[in-house]
Design a protein around this ligand. Sequence first.
Ligand code: NAD
Ligand code: TYD
Length: 352
Amino acid sequence: MRKTILITGGAGFIGSHVVRLFVNKYTDYLILNLDALTYAGNLENLKDLAGSPNYLFAKGDITDLEFVSALFARYNFDGVIHLAAESHVDRSIADPMAFIKTNVFGTVNLLNAAKEAWKGSFEGKRFYHISTDEVYGALENDGTFFTESTKYQPHSPYSASKASSDHFVRAYHDTYGLPVVVSNCSNNYGSHHFPEKLIPLSINNIKHRKPIPVYGKGENIRDWLWVDDHARAIDIIFHNGKDGETYNIGGNNEWTNIDLINTLCKIMDRKLGRADGESAQLITFVTDRAGHDFRYAINSSKLQNELGWQPSLQFEEGLKKTVDWYLENEEWLEHIVNGQYRDYYAKQYENR
Ligand code: NAD
Ligand code: TYD
């Protein structure tokens, strides 16, 4: 194998798209997916890779230094693409410690393991940390954008933990010379998205004629990016980004939550053979999220100009494809709702 790459959090939403892209595109790389299989980790996301000769899965926690160091010693990784995280803002409001543990402590653990394993020579090595635009705080609706030099101003425990991890990654570059890259991306959408997040939750609720909870007045704005466009950006940055640099990734695709949900309702009315306007009746305005960031919007011109990346998919086309995927993969969603997805690891990997 030409390279051995550790991808953390590969059983989650974005990680599974990244693992699939790398395993299928780089058949001369060995890809090791390290994931603790928390509630958000689902190996059914990657069942199409079963039998791929260049793919390995290891169940483990990035906060466990002994385990992580043993993995580095055994596989002599050339690169790390670090996606494992607690990722849901509402959960971070309810339980901030879990976010500090995985996102901050877990990231520093991985940095230490990489630094120790690679000591002597960082030549040809790369530690790529995947982060979020939420570290920059919130914008007004005034046409401004987050750039790579926007000041960090996180508001939620989730974004504060990601901001902290970003600072540690850069500190390891500046202090120890660890070859790192960081990217900060806007909201992703697409297949295999855990149904606690706005788009898959709404699709599921519309399907079952359950209320669609819209926080506040639904006026908050997010910049949505097709998940495979994010995976493509990660591929480009991993291979061509410059050590020590940060790249913003975004869809240039801003929607208020209420406009997004109305569009989703129209798409689903058509797909489910309902009368126009039927699903929109499910929209229910609920108490706003505490500290709810008003607007996120990314300027990704550095990535576009320096590394030639472009988002590929128009939002309405992407939303239709996403709805189709959820309607065609009812079993995937059912297994999450009834908890059966947690058995997949035992069936595939235990007793081997
Ligand atoms: P996700 O919650 O779907 O997946 C996270 C994965 O990490 C899961 O498979 C989980 O089992 C694993 N994990 C959690 N704690 C772990 C631990 N201690 N050790 C090992 N594995 C652990 O998240 P996602 O939406 O796919 O996000 C992936 C990354 O991308 C995160 O770092 C997130 O901050 C970042 N990000 C997400 C978005 C988005 O819109 N979802 C946008 C920008 C950046
Ligand atoms: P979410 O998918 O949780 O992503 P993030 O908070 O990381 O941006 O939420 C997207 C937007 O949708 C955010 O403004 C909060 C809002 N939202 C709702 O209105 N209702 C919901 O049930 C959820 C989960 C989110």
